[in-house]
Design a protein around this ligand. Sequence first.
Ligand code: ADP
Ligand code: MG
Length: 345
Amino acid sequence: MSTRIHVLDPRLANQIAAGEVVERPASVAKELIENAIDAGSRRIEVDIEAGGARLVRVRDDGIGIGEEDLPLALSRHATSKIATLDDLEGVSSLGFRGEALASISSVSRLELISNALEEPTGGWRVTAEGRSMESRVSPAPHPRGTTVNVRDLFFNTPARRKFLRTEKTEFGHLEETFRRQALSRFDIGWILRHNQKVVQQLSPGTDTLARERRISALLGKGFIEHARYIEREVGALRLSGWVGLPTHSRAQADQQYFFVNGRVVRDRLVAHAVRQAYRDVMFHGRQPVFVLYLDLDPDVVDVNVHPTKHEVRFRDGRMVHDFLFSSLHHALADARPQPGPELHQ
Ligand code: ADP
Ligand code: MG
């Protein structure tokens, strides 16, 4: 080992960065789907082979990437989504770090095919190989939109490949990622296939019926039956979604979805507010189910807390907490034991 300081090869630098965001095939799908959403797609198809170890493919009909931008798409710190610190502070796209494609590409065989034009004969294919990860672009027909094929994840990082679980387990994680994304955008049509078999097919629709149909497809028929729909707006905070009645609790916290500006998050402050709201209606040890959407000004929430962006920081955490607690507490009011008449005497 040399003791001199030197700059790492781009591939190795990207592989190190990949350690933070690319844990398994499901993390690849998450990043690719987020890109498809950011591209304004109306329809997103996800194809998986062998639990994602062989192939994760995401195909969209979004804006595509222009020929002149393609060589940059797979480079680290290259993004079309922000340019200044101001942009970062008010960011409303799901991505902005410009790292996902570079990271994934460094630990798999990634090819991106895209067409930003209406002519279906247009289209270009880009890959980045070798230690320098220099992009190679060649013509390839593709309808308007983008397809990303990620093959043989971790083929060149055996230590990570060892951590992949069975096909069934990995596909379970992929399904969960798909479920979260499909719950985040009812206006998008979705397809999920595993080994060429359709696992989920969800048509777009934002009216109540369409949304409830999608929830039933993703979370089971019982969910809507035992949930209450809520909608509440106070100042710049808006909460909507379904809160499960205490009669429909679960042993595990496996049907709890909380979206902040369309991004699924796991947040301690949110979890605490929900727990408090259910405290006196839920049997000890049982877990509530919910699908909730909190929307607020992007300026008052920081999403750049962790590379996976599963965490957020609210500027006024207390206000958000109290708003959530009071909204849910109110929604669960008639599930709460009513004080008997004798108490009113
Ligand atoms: P980020 O999403 O943080 O910008 P990525 O590495 O995920 O970084 O993607 C790099 C860039 O490639 C994006 O900023 C976007 O311009 C482009 N891109 C990636 N995927 C798509 C897609 N499906 N449709 C259109 N553009 C895309
Ligand atoms: Mg991205």
